[in-house]
Design a protein around this ligand. Structure first.
Ligand code: IPM
Ligand code: MG
Length: 370
């Protein structure tokens, strides 16, 4: 059948592209402890993005004032990653914007809007791919409930890498999920290294390998191979469905420390985990590669808040937590700790219904504590 032949041709091209992607994976590491000048790019995003990002960059400017003056840190503001601009040029990241991004070492990014359907790829997914940001690290901590979780979500493969490249035949649609040895090994290594360096003794590998036998089967097998290099760390396998239940189950959930998962499961479960912590507005997210890294809020651009005229009441805590992760990543641990302590102390509350402080009022109060 002509349609099937055409689909097979498209599939062949995708497979070749993916093999090329793996062959091109580099491991050029940026060493921030010795880098003379670190360039931080700030990107507003869409919807509530500019509102919350502005507050986070005010905080960074204050914390890093001395280094900015001395020239060891450069803050640059990158414009043009808006949904309007992206739709106009038909690219998830306009080329001139991508060029500016690549001149930075790390990025602080506001949420960007992803159109439903169509073929326009999400700016987030494109950025993770373009900068090869393979580790999505999302901490969730509730000290009073003895919860301290770190999610290591694979960020460049799985259901996402070809998510905008599915194939349609009459009466049928097909999407693809890709798991590679190299891609899995590097995220597993990152998770176990994190565990080792932070005194963690438990890693959960979460998949649906009973159903997704090839891809999740590979993910599990390679994660266990990597685990052999970390004899002090207990490793357990869970399926994603029961894991979503386990996160709600006391005292079981208190034993989870590092959770390693493929892309889509990681996407879903980290929203659940953030909600347990107090809402998606409260969780930060780091997208880490060997060369670049990007830090963002885990939530979206909340267009409904803008429509209701409530944008000023968007909670900036998530992106400010992401800013703290950025500081730690560029070896500014002291500034990161200072910011985290101030956040823990800050009693000002932001509520999306407008009954409490605005994003700017929260940041004002926070900066008083720095
Ligand atoms: C996230 C978001 C993104 C994702 C969207 C905005 C593409 O939900 O960072 O978790 O699905 O990864
Ligand atoms: Mg998500």
């Amino acid at each position: 059948m002509f349609e099937v032949t055409k689909a097979c041709g498209a599939f062949m091209k995708l497979l070749e592209e993916q093999l090329d992607r793996v062959a091109g994976m580099k491991d050029e590491k940026t060493d921030f402890s010795t880098k003379e000048c670190v360039t931080i790019g700030v990107i507003d995003g869409d919807g509530i993005g500019p509102i919350i990002t502005k507050q986070a960059s005010r905080v960074l400017e204050k914390l890093l004032a001395e280094e900015i003056t001395a020239g060891s840190i450069k803050l640059v503001y990158i414009e043009g990653l808006t949904i309007e601009n992206r739709m106009a040029c038909g690219k998830p990241i306009p080329e001139d914007v991508l060029a500016q991004i690549k001149l930075c070492d790390v990025l602080l990014k506001g949420p960007t809007t992803t159109p439903h359907g169509g073929t326009m790829e999400s700016a987030n997914v494109a950025m993770r791919r373009e900068l090869d940001l393979y580790a999505n690290c999302r901490p969730v901590s509730i000290p009073e409930q003895n919860i301290d979780w770190m999610f290591y979500r694979e960020n460049t493969e799985g259901e996402y890498v070809l998510g905008s490249r599915g194939i349609e035949l009459p009466g049928m649609a097909v999407d693809f999920k890709i798991t590679t040895d190299k891609g899995t090994r590097r995220i597993a290594r990152a998770a176990f290294e994190y565990a080792k360096n932070n005194g963690k003794t438990h890693v959960s590998i979460v998949t649906k390998a009973n159903i997704m036998k090839k891809t999740d089967g590979k993910f599990t097998a390679i994660a266990h191979e990597v685990a052999k290099d970390y004899p002090g760390i207990e490793v357990e396998d869970y399926y994603i469905d029961i894991m979503t239940a386990n996160l709600l189950k006391d005292p079981l959930r208190q034993k989870f420390q590092v959770v390693l998962l493929p892309n889509l499961y990681g996407d879903i479960i980290t929203d659940e985990a953030a909600q347990i912590q107090g809402g998606v507005g409260t969780a930060g997210s780091a997208n880490i590669g060997d060369k670049y890294a990007m830090f963002e809020a885990i939530h979206g651009s909340a267009p409904r808040m803008i429509e209701r005229g409530m944008g000023e009441y968007a909670n900036p805590e998530s992106i400010i937590k992401a800013a703290a992760m950025l500081l730690r990543h560029i070896c500014r641990g002291e500034a990161a700790a200072k910011l985290e302590e101030a956040m823990a102390k800050c009693t000002v509350e932001v509520k999306s219904d407008g009954t409490a402080a605005t994003a700017a009022q929260y940041a004002d109060a926070l900066m008083e504590l720095l």
